[in-house]
Design a protein around this ligand. Sequence first.
Ligand SMILES: [Zn+2]
Ligand SMILES: [Zn+2]
Length: 181
Amino acid sequence: MFRAVSLVPLGSVRQDVIDAIAGGIYENLELEVFFEEPAPLPEEFFDPLRGQFKADELVTYFQQQIETRSRLKLGVTEADLYAWDLNFVFGISILKQGTALISYRRLDNTFYHLPPNDRLLYERAVKEALHELGHAIGLDHCEAPCVMHYSNSVIEVDAKPARFCPDCWKRLNLLLGRQVA
Ligand SMILES: [Zn+2]
Ligand SMILES: [Zn+2]
């Protein structure tokens, strides 16, 4: 059972974004967060034609190479990610295996040539981190107003809450083997 989250910066990552994600995990997932040493992004997963890293291969590598004992693992990167036939992904996870990865590149207003908004960036990064960790623990997508709602654009990310709906929260605690008060 997962009792904590290891946060691993992949490549060069903004510390303020890492801190915001850690705070959001502690607050909404009620798990302790450990800050791990940054790990390099292996170039072998970079597609120079697309200027993106291949998320599905990267997350498998991440699961195998980064040892964090029995904690959940969340990699955070600024690099743009894609997977399968998708143009991009905000994040990716290995269902029930405790490993997740997010990129905040496309969560940043500046990516869309909009004025920077750090508060919004932190909010979005927290939501995507919780969403991918939810999958990594074993949750599926959810139709309720819930952080497990599927989102494929920042508009959809902004529309959903940072919290788990009561059903997902219950399932999450069961999966984590925790008593619900
Ligand atoms: Zn999802
Ligand atoms: Zn839900």
